[in-house]
Design a protein around this ligand. Structure first.
Ligand code: BGC
Length: 760
């Protein structure tokens, strides 16, 4: 550290200012006389998009392995696998001379309409944080950096450069920030990328609260903050807020603005020094990793196939899968010949090779006869001829496999979806084929949920294959033929209808503002609260075997929040095939001062079991598993009381539960203030103790005294009415019955309650 200080001390103001703005689209400015090299960053997140010309933003990139995108990765629920994939990504980065991979992205799937959801993990912050942390650890374990993005509340593409996200503090803390927090505190990404949008009126690049107070001070982030490409508006304001590196460059005007601001005293040079130190630290760290060599493309392709298979979610299966060697297979759908394996935009990888799903199927199909029909056109048009052709092929086969890919004009970075539908032709095709062939499997390639009401009943099985990466074609065949027993589970709810979704009335906003009116209630938190039926719940995924849960036990019946709790449960493979189960632990708070989701995911584990085998799964729960963020205290709090630990195979399939009592160790300051109502006073134990005697006295003798029936002179339930009066107003109504002025008494009671709290 002192080396870094010494090095920065030698730099001129001009050099320091230059280091805080990129030298090209992908590099920082080197300081040659101090042997400080440039730092080279490249997109990710699920492969390396390294352009040969560092001045080109969108050139076709050098070949690299395209792994499955984050929707698929999240559905693996396999943190070890993501670590391994991270290592492979790092190896490719090293070969391609890349210091930092721009990813992963941990924005929440607030609405399934967000065009970029394929690049994000989950609707649940705990799940997203854990998956991202492991991927980052894998990448960084090899000496390559990451950029955790897009910080924060960037949950749509519509007007993403400017939209003002209005989100309340509690939703920010409990839903939109925790995945970042987990990734930062557990994996220390080398860099964090700010988002384009405004958050509560201030651009992501100028957010002192988010960049400095929370990220750097509260979470202890040690790396540097980089802007999303073009997200900086006022360079000096951004630096002051904690935005260390502006990208892309070169931008001499920005450099000049910083120099000028230091010279005229508008910017304290220590602020610039701090940003420079952060950038230098990461640059020196990256320089320790020798670059070059070759990566093992064949091995990475095999890994990509493993990851893709692990993420595939068997949504429905009437027993047709795994295939029992059908002799005649109708393979239908353009995506069988031309794999749809990634999304459009900055994450678009130039793959080293691509599995053709049809050919991969053929390799496993033995002597079976495979006939093919394209099924649907590339564009949005209707083509009855193609449907007829598919029907003709399907009706003479034993089985029809329908490869359906959501086209990129419906889903990409840069624009949101307007519906959750497949194309009209695709729906008509599925309906027509399932009408003649009951043994139809629908295989989906998409990055986010689609609705299925019009055709689901007709399909014998549905396999969610996601944007599955370059080896996904083989992975589909593996799952269809049972070479891989599917174990993926959804990290996002599949709704019946768009209008059932949490943000439906507040997406994508208007007049430049999007209001997160649903607050904490996104994903299953919303469907639980509203008791809205869903198509497939969060955490859902079928297997070719079955699992039984038994013997749930908790490490204590009663525990202190700081000690945490250990949850143990036995899981048995009760079927005939080896398989893996994702065990999910949700926490339900029986009673809280503030509204809480019915349950929240706070732990999970993936366990592999041979037929008949039982393993004990242990999942620890810490303070945060029980806490909620209380804006009144501006901190995470726990409350004494009962919690129910729900252990399930999905959010809607709870297999075991147990109740436990938590003792909070927190000593909270009083939040009673000038305007606190009588209800607030009574909800606060200290407040109640102080107010109760005087209140009872006034209720028997004051102007609101009641008759025996609890009614006053004007025939209302006086107590309920009074509960919403601020204490001061209440006392003013009682002036006649008081011996001192109402304001004096109010002040005295406030002083008493504050003193009492402090002495607790
Ligand atoms: C995207 C980022 C990406 C950057 C560089 C931006 O438009 O939002 O995710 O890393 O471009 O390509």
């Amino acid at each position: 550290m002192s080396d870094i200080h010494a090095l920065v001390a030698k730099m001129s103001l001009e050099e320091k200012a230059a280091l805080c703005t990129g030298a090209s689209a992908w590099t920082t400015t080197p300081v040659k006389w101090l042997n400080l090299p440039e730092l080279l960053v490249s997109d990710g997140p699920h492969g390396i998009r390294r352009v040969a010309d560092i001045h080109a933003l969108t050139q076709k990139s050098l070949p690299a392995t395209c792994f499955p995108t984050a929707s698929s990765l999240a559905a693996t629920w396999d943190v070890d696998l993501l670590f391994e994939m991270g290592q492979a990504l790092a190896e490719e980065a090293i070969t391609l001379d890349v210091d930092v991979i721009l990813g992963p992205g941990v924005n929440m799937k607030r609405s399934p309409l967000c065009g970029r959801n394929f690049e994000y993990f989950s609707e649940d912050p705990y799940q997203a944080g854990k998956m991202a942390a492991s991927l980052i650890q894998g990448i960084q374990s090899k000496g390559v950096g990451t950029s955790l993005k897009h910080y924060a509340a960037n949950n749509q593409e519509f007007e993403r450069f400017s939209i003002n996200t209005q989100v309340d503090e509690r939703a920010l803390r409990e839903i939109y920030l925790p995945a970042f927090e987990t990734a930062v505190t557990q994996a220390q990404p080398w860099t964090v990328m700010c988002s384009y949008n405004k958050i509560n009126g201030t651009f992501g690049s100028e957010q002192t609260y988010l960049l400095t107070d929370i990220l750097k001070k509260e979470w202890g982030f040690e790396g540097f903050v980089v802007s999303d490409w073009g997200a900086v508006h006022d360079r000096v304001a951004a630096l002051k807020a904690g935005l260390d590196l502006e990208m892309p460059g070169p931008k001499q005007t920005r450099v000049n603005a910083v120099i000028e601001a230091v010279r005229n005293g508008e910017l304290d040079e220590t602020v610039l020094d701090e940003a420079v130190r952060r950038i230098v630290r990461v640059t020196l760290c990256a320089a320790q990793t020798p670059k070059g060599g070759n990566f093992d493309a064949a091995a990475h392709h095999i890994l990509a196939r493993r990851v893709a298979a692990e993420g595939m979610v068997l949504l429905k299966n009437n027993g047709l899968l795994p295939l029992q060697n059908p002799q005649h297979i109708a393979v239908i759908g353009r995506a069988a010949q031309r794999a749809h394996f990634q999304g459009g935009g900055s994450s678009h990888i130039n793959p080293t090779q691509v599995d053709v799903p049809f050919s991969e199927l053929q390799k496993l199909a033995g002597n079976a006869e495979l006939s093919f029909a394209t099924g649907y056109p590339e564009d949005n048009s209707l083509d009855q001829g193609m449907i007829n052709e598919a029907v003709a092929v399907a009706q003479v086969a034993d089985v029809a496999l329908l490869y359906i890919a959501l086209p990129s004009f419906k889903e990409s970075e840069g624009y949101d979806r307007t519906d959750l539908d497949l194309t009209e032709q695709q729906v008509a095709l599925i309906q027509a084929v399932t009408a003649v062939q009951p043994n139809t499997v629908v295989i989906l390639n998409n990055g986010a949920p689609v609705v299925m009401g019009e055709w689901l009943d007709g399909a014998a099985a549905v396999l969610e294959a996601w944007m599955m990466g370059q080896a996904g074609g083989g992975a589909i065949a593996d799952v269809l033929y049972g070479r891989v027993n599917p174990s993926g589970k959804l990290a996002e709810t599949y709704p019946h209808r768009l209008k059932d979704t949490p943000a439906y009335l507040n997406f994508p906003g208007e007049n430049g503002v999007v209001r997160y009116g649903e607050g904490l209630f996104i994903g299953y938190r919303f469907y639980d609260a509203k008791e809205t039926p869903v198509l497939f719940p969060f955490g859902h995924g079928l297997s070719y075997t079955t699992f039984a849960y038994s013997n749930l036990r908790l490490s204590a019946d009663s525990f202190q929040d700081v000690d945490g709790l250990m949850v143990s449960v036995d899981v048995t493979n009760t079927g005939a095939a080896a398989g893996k189960e994702v065990v999910q632990v949700y926490v339900h708070d029986k009673e809280a001062r503030l509204i809480r989701p019915y349950k929240e995911l706070k732990g999970f584990a993936k366990v592999a079991l041979q037929p008949g085998e039982t393993k004990t799964v242990q999942i620890p729960l810490d303070f945060r598993a029980f806490a909620y963020y209380d804006p009144a205290y501006r901190q995470w709090i726990t409350e004494d009381g009962q919690f129910v630990i729900l252990v399930g195979a999905s959010a809607a399939d709870i297999r075991a539960q147990a109740t436990v009592t938590l003792q909070s160790t927190l000593q909270l300051p009083s939040i009673l203030h000038e305007e606190s109502t009588i209800r607030h006073w009574f909800n606060d134990p200290a407040g109640k103790a102080i107010l109760q005697p005087m209140f009872s006295e006034l209720m028997s003798n004051g102007p609101f005294s009641q008759d025996e029936s609890g009614q006053d002179a004007i025939g209302m339930d006086t107590l309920s009415f009074l509960m919403d009066l601020p204490l001061r107003s209440f006392l003013h109504f009682q002036e006649g019955s008081l011996t001192q002025p109402a304001d004096d008494i109010a002040d005295m009671l406030l002083e008493q309650v504050r003193g009492l709290k402090q002495s607790v």
